[in-house]
Write a protein that binds this ligand. Structure first.
Ligand code: BGC
Length: 961
C-alpha cells in the first residue's frame, strides 16, 4: 500500500492560505497489496517534521474518511503543521504516508506593516523598496504581503516565488487577499533589501463591459508587507511597510489587463531591489488606508507558468507581417530573447486567428492585447509583468527581418491545478475535441473561471462556470479553485439578498462602488447550487458542502420570494433572464437569445436548484430541510407540468432545449417521459439531426438522450462534423472551444466581431458526457467523491474504442471499451482501494458475459440481469468483461437504412443532401420520412411529391458503393 496525494483543503502543502476549516485528504493506492478496503486510519499532526512534537493524534479509528478528515485543532498564526496518515487495510497490511504540511498565515494577528502608497502620480507604475540589516544568519523568514492593483515581490534582486497576478482577482472592496512567501533562502546576514513592483490589474486599470471602467476599486497604488525573520540566535525581527520605504517610477510605462504593457528598458533601474542599490534620490511614500476588516489570507491558488511551447512556424503574411504561430490557442504570454539597438521599439500583438493569411484581432473588440518593449541596447530575456493574452498567433513589429523561432517561448499560464482526467477514442477528431475542452479549461482557469481570455471581457460569468464545472471536475482537481470562486460569489450574494450576479466578481459601474449590478438570471445564478453540488459529487467533502450550503439555499429562497411576490404559483415568471443564450432557434439565428421561453427555463432551474438544495441537505443529514426543499421542487414540478405540458406529455414549447431540460431536470411525471423523448427525437429529425441549442440546452442534450435510451442520437450529435456541431470547429482547425457554433465560417472567415471568442469553454461541457456516458464513469450520489462509482459505458459502433482515466479523489479509475473483430465487446474497469462500483453492461446477457475469462454467472460475483442489461457489483481491482451484445450495433448504410440513419452518418448525409436538396432543410417533410427506409421513399405519398424516383435511385446507387 502506498499513500499519495495528501491535500489540505484540496491543496498540496498550502502556505499561508485561509484555514478557517481544515479538511485533510489522501489517496491510498493498493493495486499490488492484498487489502482492498480500509479497516482503520490514523492522522497525526505535529509542529516539527520529525513528529517529536505531536499536537494531534486521532488514534487508530475505523471511521476516518480519506476524502475529508477535519481534526479538531486550535491553530496558531504563522505556524507550520506537519501531518501524516496511516492506513490499515482489511488484510492487515499497513502504510504510512510521507509528511505533508500546511502553514497558517497571520490569522487574527494585527499587522505591524501598514498600507503605504507611493508619492508619485497615480498613473506612474511604482517600484517600492526598503533596505534593512540582519545581525545574524537567518533561521527562517516569511513575507506576508499584498498590493493593489497587482504586485510582484523581489528580495535581494531575486523575484520571490513563481506566481503571477498576485494578489489574485476578486471584488477587492469585499475582500482582499494577502500572500505568504518563504524567503529564508533569499536573505543573508548583513544588508538586505526588499522591493515591490506594482501594476494596474482590474483594481485600477480598464476592466468591464462596453469599453470598461477605470479605477473600479481605487485610484491609488498601494502595498502592505511584513517580513518576519527568525535569526539563528532565536530572535525575531519584523520589517513592515511604513513611511520609511522609498519609491521610484518603474520602467513599466503602462499596464492593463486588456491592453497589455509598455516596458521601457532604457528606464530600467538595474539592481533596484538589492541592498547595494543607491536609492538616495528615490521619493518617499505615505501611509494610506485600505479597509482592514476585509483583509484576509489567500484562497486563490497560485497562477503559474504551467507549460511552455515553441512556435511551430514563423509566417510571412501576404501583408508582409512576421507572425509566430504557436499551433495552439492558449492563455499567457510570449517570453523572448532580444538584442536590439538602444531606443528600438518592438511590439508583439496577440490574436487568435489569421484572416486571408494575415494577422487579425478584431474579435478582441477594444482589447489592444499587445506588448511593447523599448530596448536599452543589451541582450535580454523579456516577458510582461501585469498583463496576459489569449492567443495562437503573435504579430512581431519592429523586430529584425529574420527572427529566430527559438528566441520565442509561449508561456501557458493558469491556476496551479493538477490534470486528473483523460479521454481517448479511435476517432482523432473526437480526441481533438477533448483536447480543445482541456485547453479551454487551461485558458480560462486563471484564478477566476472566465468566459474567455482574449477580448475586452475575461470575466467570471457565472453561467459559463456552472456549465463547465462538472467537466472541469473530471479534467482537473478543481475543488480549491472553485472554493475560492464560491467565496467570491458568496461575498456578492450576501449583499443582494440571495441573488447571484451574472459575473463574479461583478464589475461595478463608476460611482456605484459597493453595489453589485446585473443579477438574478436563471442558469447564471444557479452557479450557486450547481457548483457546490458538483464539487461534492467529485470530491466528497461534506464540510465544504456545509460551508457552501447557505449559498445554495439563499439562491433558491431568493427565487421563491420572487415567485411568491409575483403570485406565479411555483413558477419563476419575472425578471430578466439570459435564456438559452446563443441558441440557433431564436427569432434572429445570429442574435443572442434562443427560441425557448426564458420563463420556462427560469422555472426549470427553480425546480432543479430546489432539488439540489434538498439533496445537499439530505447529504448533510438535515432531513427537515431536505423534505422542505424536496416538497418545493415537487410543487414547482407540478406547476411546470400544468403550465407547459398537456396531460399526455406534449410540451407547449417546441424546441430542443425545452424537451432536454424537461428530461434532464426531471420536470414532469415519469409517465410523460416516453412521449417527451419521442418528441425530442422528432424535433431532432426536423432539425436534420443537428444541435440548435445554446448555453442551457447544450450541456444537457446528450445526457438527456443517453439517460433515456437514445445514446445513438447522442453519438450522432457528437460525431456530426458539419455545421452546427462540435466537430465542425475541429475540422476547421480549432484548438479550443468556440463561443458560437459558427464562430468561423466554412471558408475560414470569422463570422462576426461583436461576440466571437475562439476560446470559450461552455460548449466544451460535452466532455462531461464523454466521461459519464461514452466511457461511463459516474460518481454516485450516495458515495460522493467516487467512494462509490457507477460504471455505465454506452458503446457505439461508430467508434472502435473509447477509454477514460481519472485520478479521482478516491484514487485511479479507468473505464474503457472496444469492439473485437467478431463484433463482441470488451470492457475494462479499474476500481480504486476502499471504493465499490456498480457496473451496467449494455445489452449484456448474463449467461454470455465473462469476467477475467470466467463466466460471470458462475464466478460468485453479485450479478443480475436488469432488463436488457447485465449489472454486477465490483470491489477494488481491475476487471475485463467480454460478451457478444444481445443486439447488433452495426448498421451498414444501405437502401434499407432509414433516413434517420442516413442523416446520422457524416458521409451518407453529405450524399443525401447533395442529391435530395428538396428534402434537406424541409423540416416538415424530414419529420415525416425520418423513419422510412430510403428504398421506400418513392412509394411514400408525401415524399413522392417532392422527390423524383430517379433521384432516390441515384442515392441508392451511391449508398451501395
Ligand atoms: C459572455 C458569455 C456570457 C454572456 C451572457 C457574454 O458576453 O462572453 O459567455 O455568459 O455574455 O450574457
Amino acid at each position: 500500500m502506498q499513500i499519495t496525494n495528501l491535500r489540505t483543503n484540496g491543496i498540496k502543502n498550502p502556505l499561508g492560505f485561509q484555514l478557517d476549516r481544515i479538511s485533510l485528504s489522501w489517496v491510498t493506492e493498493s493495486s499490488e497489496a492484498p487489502s482492498k478496503f480500509q479497516a482503520a486510519a490514523q492522522v497525526e499532526i505535529a509542529t516539527d517534521e520529525s513528529f517529536s512534537e505531536i499536537i494531534f493524534d486521532s488514534g487508530k479509528r475505523e471511521e476516518i474518511d480519506s476524502l475529508a478528515y477535519s481534526p479538531d485543532l486550535l491553530l496558531s498564526p504563522r505556524t507550520r503543521y506537519y501531518w501524516r496518515a496511516t492506513v490499515w487495510g482489511d488484510q492487515g497490511d499497513t502504510a504510512t504516508s510521507e509528511v505533508s504540511w500546511f502553514e497558517t498565515a497571520k490569522m487574527d494577528e494585527g499587522w505591524q506593516g501598514q498600507w503605504i502608497t507611493p508619492l508619485l502620480d497615480n498613473e506612474t507604475h511604482p517600484l517600492i523598496r526598503r533596505r534593512f540589516h540582519l545581525a545574524d544568519e537567518v533561521q527562517s523568514a516569511r513575507v506576508y504581503v499584498s498590493g493593489v492593483g497587482l504586485y510582484e515581490l523581489e528580495v535581494n534582486g531575486c523575484r520571490v516565488g513563481e506566481e503571477y497576478f498576485t494578489p489574485g482577482f476578486n471584488a477587492y472592496d469585499f475582500w482582499l487577499q494577502y500572500q505568504t512567501y518563504d524567503v529564508t533562502n533569499l536573505l543573508r546576514s548583513g544588508d538586505n533589501a526588499i522591493g515591490i513592483h506594482l501594476g494596474n490589474g482590474m483594481y485600477k486599470g480598464r476592466f468591464g463591459f462596453d469599453g470598461g471602467y477605470h479605477e473600479i476599486y481605487g485610484s491609488k497604488f498601494a502595498v502592505i508587507a511584513e517580513m518576519v525573520v527568525v535569526l539563528r540566535d532565536g530572535s525575531t525581527m519584523v520589517i513592515g511597510t511604513d513611511d520609511n520605504w522609498k519609491c521610484a517610477a518603474s520602467p513599466v510605462q503602462f499596464s492593463g489587463i486588456y491592453d497589455g504593457e509598455i516596458f521601457d528598458a532604457t528606464k530600467e533601474l538595474s539592481g533596484w531591489s538589492t541592498a547595494e542599490f543607491n536609492d538616495h534620490h528615490w521619493t518617499g511614500v505615505a501611509a494610506t488606508d485600505l479597509p482592514s476588516e476585509t483583509f484576509q489570507a489567500r484562497l486563490s491558488l497560485p497562477v503559474l507558468i504551467k507549460e511552455e511551447r515553441k512556435p511551430i512556424e514563423v509566417i510571412k503574411t501576404p501583408k508582409g507581417e512576421t507572425v509566430l504561430d504557436f499551433g495552439q490557442n492558449m492563455t499567457g504570454w510570449v517570453r523572448f530573447k532580444i538584442q536590439a539597438p538602444k531606443g528600438r521599439k518592438v511590439t508583439l500583438q496577440y490574436g487568435e486567428i489569421l484572416q486571408e493569411g494575415c494577422f487579425y484581432r478584431e474579435n478582441l473588440r477594444t482589447a489592444k492585447a499587445e506588448y511593447t518593449y523599448i530596448s536599452d541596447g543589451d541582450e535580454r530575456i523579456v516577458q510582461p509583468h501585469f498583463s496576459f493574452y489569449g492567443f495562437r498567433y503573435v504579430n512581431l513589429i519592429g523586430f529584425a527581418d529574420e527572427v529566430k523561432a527559438g528566441d520565442f517561448t509561449g508561456c501557458v499560464i493558469y491556476s496551479d491545478i493538477d490534470e486528473t482526467g483523460r479521454i481517448e477514442t479511435s476517432n482523432p477528431l473526437v480526441n481533438q475535441l477533448f483536447e480543445n475542452a482541456m485547453w479551454g479549461q487551461k485558458g480560462n482557469f486563471l484564478d477566476v473561471p472566465t468566459d474567455c481570455p482574449q477580448r475586452d471581457e475575461r470575466m467570471g460569468w457565472t453561467g459559463d462556470a456552472q456549465i463547465f464545472a462538472s467537466t472541469a471536475g473530471f479534467n482537473m482537481y478543481s475543488s480549491a479553485f472553485f472554493s475560492k470562486y464560491m467565496h467570491d460569489l458568496r461575498e456578492e450574494q450576501r449583499r443582494i439578498g440571495g441573488s447571484v450576479p451574472f459575473i463574479v466578481p461583478s464589475i461595478k459601474p463608476e460611482g456605484e462602488n459597493g453595489f453589485v449590478t446585473f443579477n438574478g438570471s436563471a442558469a447564471w445564478g444557479d452557479a450557486a447550487t450547481i457548483i457546490p453540488w458538483t464539487l461534492y459529487l467529485h470530491y466528497g467533502d461534506k464540510e465544504l458542502l456545509r460551508q457552501q450550503f447557505h449559498t445554495m439555499k439563499d439562491w433558491v429562497d431568493y427565487i421563491k420570494r420572487a415567485d411568491d411576490e409575483s403570485g406565479a404559483g411555483r413558477l419563476w415568471q419575472v425578471g430578466f433572464h439570459l435564456g438559452d443564450w446563443l441558441a440557433l432557434d431564436g427569432d434572429d439565428p445570429s442574435g443572442f437569445m434562443g427560441g425557448t421561453d426564458p420563463y420556462y427555463i427560469a422555472s426549470a432551474y427553480y425546480c432543479y436548484s430546489s432539488r439540489l438544495v434538498a439533496k445537499a441537505a439530505a447529504a448533510l443529514g438535515d432531513t427537515a430541510t431536505a423534505e422542505e426543499y424536496g416538497r418545493l421542487a415537487d410543487e414547482i414540478k407540478a406547476a411546470i407540468s400544468n403550465e407547459y405540458f398537456t396531460v399526455n406529455g406534449k410540451c407547449a414549447i417546441d424546441t430542443q432545449t425545452a424537451l432536454i431540460v424537461a428530461l434532464y431536470m426531471d420536470l414532469v411525471p415519469d409517465s410523460y417521459r416516453p412521449r417527451i423523448i419521442e418528441d425530442l427525437r422528432k424535433r431532432l429529425a426536423r432539425d436534420e439531426m443537428h444541435i440548435k441549442t445554446g448555453f442551457v440546452g447544450t450541456p444537457y442534450f446528450c445526457h438527456a438522450l443517453s439517460d433515456n435510451g437514445a445514446s445513438e442520437d447522442a453519438y450522432t450529435l457528437l460525431l456530426n462534423d458539419d455545421y452546427p456541431s462540435w466537430l465542425y470547429a475541429v475540422k476547421l482547425g480549432a484548438t479550443t472551444i468556440w463561443e458560437r457554433w459558427n464562430s468561423v465560417l466554412p471558408d475560414g472567415e470569422i463570422s462576426g466581431t461583436g461576440m466571437n471568442s475562439l476560446n470559450h469553454y461552455a460548449y466544451g461541457s460535452i466532455v462531461e458526457w464523454m466521461y459519464r456516458h461514452m466511457c461511463g464513469i459516474n460518481p454516485a450520489e450516495d458515495g460522493a467523491g467516487y467512494k462509490r462509482i457507477h460504471f455505465a459505458p454506452k458503446p457505439d459502433a461508430r467508434l472502435k474504442y473509447a477509454k477514460a482515466s481519472l485520478y479521482s479523489a478516491s484514487g485511479y479509475i479507468e473505464s474503457s471499451w472496444k469492439w473485437k473483430a467478431d463484433g463482441s465487446l470488451s470492457f475494462t474497469f479499474t476500481v480504486p482501494f476502499n471504493t465499490t462500483a456498480e457496473v451496467t453492461l449494455p445489452d449484456g446477457n448474463l449467461q454470455d458475459v465473462t469476467v477475467n475469462g470466467e463466466k460471470l454467472s458462475d464466478c460468485g460475483m453479485a450479478a443480475e440481469q436488469a432488463g436488457t442489461n447485465t449489472k454486477c457489483e465490483l470491489s477494488p481491482g481491475t476487471y475485463l468483461f467480454e460478451y457478444m451484445p444481445a443486439r447488433s450495433y452495426f448498421k451498414k448504410i444501405a437502401g434499407s437504412s432509414t433516413v434517420r440513419e442516413i442523416l446520422s452518418n457524416n458521409q451518407a448525409r453529405a450524399m443525401f443532401k447533395q442529391l435530395l436538396p428538396e428534402v434537406d432543410g424541409n423540416s416538415m417533410l424530414l419529420n415525416r420520412v425520418m423513419n422510412l427506409k430510403v428504398e421506400e421513399l418513392p412509394s411514400d405519398r408525401l415524399a413522392a411529391n417532392f422527390v423524383s424516383p430517379e433521384k432516390i435511385d441515384q442515392l441508392l446507387e451511391k449508398l451501395m458503393q
